[in-house]
Design a binder for this molecule. Structure first.
Ligand code: ZN
Length: 91
């Protein structure tokens, strides 16, 4: 079945998708209301870019496509400009 990469959860009453961001060493979440995704937890694609300011106050800007995360150049961490496979999400 592969690795679980996107996890659906209710956080403070809102539906979220959670994934592990290797660059920030933390989970990131996106509101399911604001994006569309392909409904696949193992090979996710999300049709919007994801902009996060991490707990370290670092900008993390990415796309998720076919189970991979593509970090845009304006990200402020070592993975900027890189595409890597999403890690498994442990919950
Ligand atoms: Zn991140």
């Amino acid at each position: 079945m592969g690795k679980l990469k996107i996890y659906e959860a209710i956080v403070r009453g809102e539906k979220k998708l959670l994934f592990w961001c290797k660059a920030c060493s933390s989970n990131h979440s996106v509101d399911t209301d604001k994006i569309e995704w392909n409904g696949d937890n193992y090979t996710p694609t999300i049709n919007a870019d994801i902009k996060i300011i991490s707990h370290k106050n670092i900008k993390c800007h990415s796309f998720i496509k076919n189970g991979h995360i593509i970090y845009l150049d304006e990200s402020e961490h070592e993975y900027r400009g890189k595409k890597i496979e999403l890690d498994e999400f442990y919950h």
